[in-house]
Design a protein around this ligand. Structure first.
Ligand code: AKG
Length: 269
């Protein structure tokens, strides 16, 4: 990746707002690889896949950990520019993959993505947690682009995780600092920001950033995306009662670095 691809202004926005929109950092070849990985992923859903929409009411399909079984996704994640983009934003010398998350909202899907932060879904302490949400299709308010509360990553809060397409919390969940605020119920209190994206644009945001997404109210515009989550140097293991995407992690103790098959170190300066 060209160093200038992520500018000093982008890094400043990442630090201060907790979210930055980066345009066209993935080549047409990388987007083709991602598209083919997408096709293979939906044809071979994993054990963590689910659909949040009611039958016949559109589809909000999600899946995780495709890098472990879908070759083009593995190449996109390991050899594409995303990890280096995250490193540059976080100022990290090493980047671990935390999760790859497929998120497809089909036309006519009423489910919003409920307000949440990403980090409380994982067993991590630290600040260098970066999600990069890459648009495979154009995304806008009508078909489900993401929404953010800029600066919320610095509130010093971690909110109770919810099932992102349903808004309720599984029983095992830790309460943390309570439920995320209902941003839409108090528009005078919270500034929200969203972007219209072209395929290949991405949104990079901090693990404690409060965010959600619009429903897909369009008639014919799919909204396919992959969200890659990365950890930088300061992330350490912090055991928690609820970690929906993690499997066999019995070897970790509080304070450990997270290098492992599940969280591979995929980029070094
Ligand atoms: O794609 C969506 O609707 C939600 C994505 C999200 O919350 C994330 O990537 O962290």
């Amino acid at each position: 990746m060209n160093e200038k691809a992520v500018s000093e202004a982008d890094i400043k926005a990442w630090r201060e707002d907790g979210v930055v929109c980066l345009r066209q950092l993935f080549s047409a070849d990388w987007m083709q690889t991602l598209e083919s990985g997408f096709e293979q992923s939906v044809a071979n859903p994993g054990e963590l896949s689910k659909d949040y929409a009611d039958p016949g009411q559109g589809s909000f399909f999600t899946d995780h950990a495709m890098f472990q079984r879908i070759d083009p996704i593995r190449r996109f994640v390991f050899d594409g520019p995303a990890a280096e983009i995250a490193a540059r934003l976080m100022g990290a010398a090493k980047v671990n993959l935390i999760d790859d998350h497929l998120l497809v909202k089909e036309p006519g899907t009423a489910n919003p993505t409920y307000w949440h932060q990403d980090q409380p879904y994982f067993q991590f302490a630290g600040e260098q947690f970066c999600s990069i949400w890459i648009a495979i299709d154009a995304a806008n308010e009508a078909n489900g682009t993401l929404r953010f509360v800029p600066g919320s990553h610095q509130w010093g809060k971690e909110y109770q995780p919810v099932r992102i397409g349903l808004g309720d919390s599984p029983d095992a969940v830790e309460v943390f600092d309570g439920p995320a605020p209902d941003v839409d119920a108090a528009p005078e209190k919270y500034e929200t920001r969203s972007w219209n994206l072209a395929p290949g644009d991405c949104l990079a945001f901090h693990g404690k950033m409060l965010h959600g997404a619009f429903p897909n109210a369009s008639h014919d515009a799919r909204r396919r995306a992959i969200s890659l989550r990365f950890a930088g140097d300061d992330i350490r293991w912090q055991p928690r009662s609820y970690a929906p995407t993690e499997t066999d992690l019995s070897g970790f103790k509080a304070g450990d670095v997270i290098d492992s098959d599940q969280f591979p170190a995929i980029w070094r300066a």
